[in-house]
Design a protein around this ligand. Structure first.
Ligand code: SF4
Length: 169
């Protein structure tokens, strides 16, 4: 259980448990899309990315398993890694959804593989390159979806000259 004053969020732990229940027990192949929809809703309602700080199950897992990890190291190849990983992730998600749309069991297996792959990638990168390296540099939800949505929302609500840089970790 999270300790008092820990960076690990109770909401994140709850989100982790719910995600596990939906994906692994109820076997809902669209669990990842439910998470993405919730993340987008939070960002659009609040105008800041509290999803990453408090609710994301993968972010919480990185916090749980990397409390003693070093700070993120500089890595010169990260720019190209991001441009490679994000399109590959979304291509895999879209292709899998389309390819197995009529085969629920296979669709669930492939979605689980994609989610587990992201989990292992995040953990390995955190070990090698620093705490939440995956979140800071590579996340295929945060960088192409949540950050542009947050900026657009704040631009629409507060005006484009206002503060649009209140991001999260
Ligand atoms: S950056 Fe991605 S993996 Fe990290 S907390 Fe945010 S949504 Fe989750």
């Amino acid at each position: 259980m999270p300790k008092k004053n820990s960076l690990i969020s109770y909401f994140g732990v709850a989100s982790l448990v719910v995600t596990f229940a939906l994906m692994c027990i109820a076997q809902l192949w669209y669990t990842m899309f439910l998470l993405f929809g919730f993340a987008l809703l939070v960002v659009l309602m609040q105008g800041k990315n509290t999803y990453c700080a408090h609710y994301c199950p993968l972010g919480t897992l990185q916090d749980v398993m990397g409390e003693k990890s070093q700070r993120v190291r500089a890595f010169r190849g990260v720019r190209w890694l991001k441009f490679l990983l994000i399109p590959v992730f979304w291509a895999a998600v879209i292709y899998t959804t389309y390819r197995f749309r009529s085969h629920g069991a296979q669709l669930w297996v492939w979605m689980l593989r994609i989610m587990v792959s992201m989990f292992f990638l995040a953990m390995v990168l955190q070990e090698l390159l620093g705490k939440r390296f995956f979140c800071v540099h590579l996340c295929p939800l945060r960088h192409p979806v949540l950050e542009p949505a947050r900026r657009a929302r704040n631009c629409a609500v507060k005006g484009c000259g206002g503060s649009g840089n209140d991001s999260s970790r």
